[in-house]
Design a protein around this ligand. Structure first.
Ligand code: ARG
Length: 253
């Protein structure tokens, strides 16, 4: 009985907070694609002064333009982006979400816009494998796939989950943790931006497919975004952006 009440209230809550997405036809009427990201995951999405930019920011904007739409951005904390999507606060989230079965229960993903690896950043070169993290303090961003990946590693002394990935970097720079686990390109960019800190970035340990997200069942929008992404690859825009930010092609091979 009690279980049934809990179950019913959870369902009730879900129906209150989940608001139907704009269909493709509705988006075309407003002529605007409502985009969202967190703006703290350089070089994928970040602020340059007050301007939001980055590889996937520019790519999502190019998607909107390809679809004949204007765009607007909303900046939300990373761990509330997919919830915001289910509340119809925006149409498309471009925030480096790895495609996982867990997330696919809540949202739908476009075709991946890049593939990347999980890496360990540290001041100690020897901390370059998951095994080496035994007995160490490690910082990771809350709500990321790094959390389940790290929890699966036995013997880590302490896994500190912090709100933003940049908080993890700061914790590492200040010596509050021994290592920071994040995306390999994010780690490389941080190491380059802070040469004095002499950060080591491990080789990519696990490769993940990264995609943009739409509200579950919003097939009209998803298929149009997929089409636009394919066209951006075909017309060279994708490669140009990838070379601009990474000096290499980071598409999934
Ligand atoms: N790729 C990782 C994940 O899917 C990290 C994403 C963090 N993204 C961000 N915008 N801060 O969980």
């Amino acid at each position: 009985m009690r279980l049934r009440i809990i179950f019913a209230s959870v369902l009730g809550l879900f129906s209150i907070i989940s608001v139907r997405a704009e269909t493709w036809a509705e988006i075309q009427k407003t002529k605007t694609l409502r985009l969202a990201t967190d703006g703290t995951f350089s070089p994928f999405n970040f602020h340059k002064g007050t301007e939001l930019t980055g590889f996937e920011v520019e790519l999502a904007e190019a998607v909107a333009t390809k679809l004949g739409l204007k765009f607007s951005w909303k900046v939300y904390p990373f761990d509330s982006l997919l919830i915001g999507l289910s509340q119809n606060r925006f149409d498309l989230v471009a925030a480096s979400h790895g495609v996982t079965a867990e997330r696919q229960k809540a949202v739908d993903f476009t075709i991946p816009h890049y593939c990347s690896g999980v890496a360990i950043m540290s001041k100690e070169a020897s901390l370059s494998t998951l095994d080496a993290l035994k007995g160490k303090n490690v910082a990771i961003q809350v709500g990321t796939i790094f959390v389940p990946r790290l929890v699966a590693v036995p013997g880590i002394k302490n896994v500190r989950t912090l709100p933003r990935d940049t908080d993890c970097l700061q914790a590492l720079l200040a010596g509050r943790v021994d290592a920071w686990v994040s995306d390999v390109f994010v780690g490389k960019a941080a190491a380059k931006a802070q040469p004095d800190a002499k950060l080591f970035v491990s080789a990519p340990l696990l490769i993940e497919k990264i995609a943009m997200a739409v509200q579950k069942g919003n097939d009209g929008l998803r298929s149009h975004v997929d089409g636009a992404l394919r066209e951006l690859v075909a017309d060279g825009t994708y490669l140009k952006l990838s070379l601009k930010y990474f000096g290499e092609d980071i598409s999934c091979k």
